[in-house]
Design a protein. Structure first.
Lengths: 172, 172
């Protein structure tokens, strides 16, 4: 799995408690996670492309979740960063060698590919059932009061007000 | 996932119908699957190291399953070739940055790592429940009679009798 998945989930978890119209700059996201800015940028671009976060440019701009945390699953984030190709890729080995099965007799998937596909579906379904809102309380350790206070101060210092989207000017 | 997993499962499926004391040479296994011998050798070595197949050297030697097909799961084979490291590796991001959670407050795993771990467990459990014996009937396509006959002939021409293990000579 791409290591970026872990950073991407953490970034989304950090954005999750912000109210509507509030965001965090790329610099703040990178700083909070102690990760180089270009690396954080890459994950945020992938999340943006997948419609999980939205971004506003400019001095007061930044990233915000594009939907409520209860509508973003860990699978959504994993898929955004890691792609959606199955881990097991059937190369139709049964159609090779001296006892090759004719292609016409391979209408059903190979039982081996089908078995791995069932396992990958179980994995996906479990991650789909876990929403960002389910994990927020546990991400930041076991929550001692001092740490929570530090986080609140960090939010206060870093949260930006996102510019409202301007309605398009009517065609003159 | 390592592409060798697919070859390894197919090789085990080919060995599964052989009776006790019967095997297939590395050359036959590579030929049947239409794959270069060194590549097949690599997967067979990994399977041997994991105790899934056993090998006998010499002219009449070859590979055989080390246990009955109903005692070999797809997870056993996947793990032999792909290793057992989790796909999601938690790097304790919560302990980094300006709001780092003190290590002492991180007794429980990060909720993000715990969620991915649950998903990987579901994947593993499903593959553990699928035994080599469950998939044999479907591996070779939808089984037209001509293909089955071709396979039987191939087995007849290639199956070797494995030498019995000699009991160790008593110390003199």
């Amino acid at each position: 799995m791409n290591k970026g998945v872990e950073w991407a989930v953490h970034a989304c978890a950090l954005l999750a408690p912000l109210g509507a119209g509030r965001g965090l700059s790329l610099a703040a996201l990178a700083d909070y996670h102690g990760v180089p800015l270009p690396y954080m940028a890459k994950q945020m671009q992938l999340l943006s492309k997948a419609g999980i976060v939205r971004t506003s440019r400019g001095h007061t701009g930044g990233y915000a979740l594009a939907r409520p945390p209860q509508e973003i699953s860990l699978w959504d984030i994993k898929q955004a960063v890691d792609g959606s190709a199955p881990a097991f890729r059937c190369t139709e080995i049964r159609q090779k060698g001296p006892c090759a099965v004719p292609r016409a007799d391979c209408r059903a998937p190979c039982a081996i590919a089908a078995a791995f596909s069932r396992a990958e579906n179980a994995y996906r379904d479990l991650l789909r059932a876990i929403r960002l809102s389910d994990i927020l309380s546990d991400v930041t350790g076991e929550g001692n009061a001092q740490h929570m206070l530090g986080m609140l101060r960090w939010y206060e210092a870093n949260v930006t007000v996102l510019p409202e989207k301007k309605p398009k000017a009517p065609a003159s």
